[in-house]
Design a protein around this ligand. Structure first.
Ligand SMILES: NC(=O)c1ccc[n+]([C@@H]2O[C@H](COP(=O)([O-])OP(=O)(O)OC[C@H]3O[C@@H](n4cnc5c(N)ncnc54)[C@H](OP(=O)(O)O)[C@@H]3O)[C@@H](O)[C@H]2O)c1
Length: 372
């Protein structure tokens, strides 16, 4: 398969290159950079000296002097840039995996949270969280790769949403990220002296992954309801839903209160979600629920009760590790999810999606980082 990589000099783009260069079935035919157009890869990124494509030259993206002739284009570009490139690529029959938020939300929500005009949406995008949308990703022309905080929060809360336990609830997600999550362009808030020995929240009440998480969990809950309705129709019985049996009104979608914070580390997302516990739920039962839900997922590793995820166990991998606890005193479920923002939070997940689009196993070329 021939791959074109837009944004090949960025953190997410370089991670995608690093992963792809371990495979022989992918041919990287085009790498895009405006700043370094015309220069060979290894001259700009010395980590790729000796690689098979070390002498491949970057092409300009803005002017599209040499439009790529590829099967799949990975767009590792800032928000707003994918809208400029994806329509032309799709029109030429090139499938697109976009790393940005440009295609994750309906236009009105995108404009509200990203504070920029939405682009044209001629090709429907499939949200690239394989653990929910694998069947749709397989045939997708355009995949909207999820955000890094969103991936952690969604995997942490999905089994609860699918039970209907989050419907109409307010759920708190406290999420920390490494500084590479902010990208390579220098900013005052992310340079060394601001970060080293420091800790702060950012975009309080305004983080753009909030609606993305709400949307995915609402879709998961709707799927459960549909499946439950189908089962009722088939049996002819009026079955009590899990939400109803938990003694709560099923009165709408989940609301996420997301607070993001910057950790003084380079890579990693560490998110803890707090949700109300249904009656009789305890840590062992919660573990069984999560273990069953994710038992066939190569990249979601549910830790047994008593074990807590640690960043160092997931950095450099495509894994999301999940730890669980039910606090009996406050009747609260705590779910902690740890992943690498550049792995399962970006490039690793994008290549997992490329595998699915190519009818390959999810972990093809990613096995070194899969759950064993
Ligand atoms: N970093 C993460 O952990 C992470 C996680 C999930 C999703 N994402 C998403 O992935 C995309 C890339 O993120 P990143 O962290 O890799 O960004 P980055 O390090 O800042 O890299 C951005 C890349 O885009 C290119 N680019 C094109 N137009 C640009 C513009 N107007 N301003 C700045 N750069 C421009 C740059 O190329 P040249 O300067 O060489 O021309 C560079 O290769 C973003 O949409 C981001 O939200 C990132």
């Amino acid at each position: 398969m021939r791959i074109a990589l837009y944004g090949a000099t960025g953190y997410a783009g370089m991670e995608a290159l690093r992963i792809m260069l371990q495979r022989t079935d992918l041919e990287i035919v085009w790498i895009g950079s405006d700043t370094h157009a015309g220069h060979p890869l290894a001259e700009v990124c010395a980590q790729f000296r000796g690689a098979s494509i070390a002498s491949l030259r970057y092409s300009a993206m803005r002017t599209l002097e040499e439009p790529p002739d590829a099967d799949v284009a990975l767009l590792a570009l800032p928000h707003g840039e994918a809208h400029r490139h994806a329509p032309g690529l799709l029109a030429r029959g090139i499938r697109v995996v976009d790393f940005s938020g440009d295609y994750r939300l309906p236009p009105a929500l995108y404009e509200q949270w990203y504070k920029r005009p939405a682009g044209p949406v001629e090709t429907p995008a499939v949200y690239g969280l394989p653990e929910v949308f694998r069947a749709d990703i397989r045939s997708a022309r355009l995949v909207a790769n999820p955000g890094c905080h969103a991936t952690a929060a969604e995997l942490a809360l999905l089994p609860l949403a699918e039970k209907g336990w989050l419907d109409g609830q307010r759920v708190t997600v406290d999420a920390k990220s490494g500084v590479s999550g902010a990208g390579r362009s220098p900013q005052l808030t992310t340079h060394f002296v601001e970060i080293d020995g420091n800790f702060t929240a950012y975009r309080v009440g305004q983080h753009q992954h909030t609606p993305e998480i709400e949307q995915t969990l609402a879709q998961a809950s709707r799927r459960r309801r549909r499946a439950s309705d189908d089962a009722s129709a088939m049996s002819g019985a009026s079955m009590a839903t899990d939400a109803a049996s938990s003694g709560r009104q099923d009165d709408g979608a989940v609301k996420i209160l997301l607070t993001t914070q910057l950790m003084p580390v380079t890579r990693g997302i560490y998110a803890t979600a707090y949700a109300p516990a249904p009656p009789d739920m305890n840590t062992d039962a919660l573990y069984e629920l999560y273990r069953n839900r994710y038992e066939n997922e190569a990249f979601v590793d549910v830790l047994p009760p008593g074990q807590i995820p640690e960043l160092r166990n997931v950095t450099g991998t495509n894994l999301c590790q999940i730890g669980l606890f039910v606090d009996d005193r406050t009747r609260t479920i705590l779910v902690t999810a740890a992943l690498d923002n550049l792995g399962k939070g970006a490039a690793g997940q994008a290549l997992q999606n490329v595998n699915i689009m190519s009818d390959l196993p999810d972990d093809y070329g990613l096995t070194a980082t899969a759950r064993r």
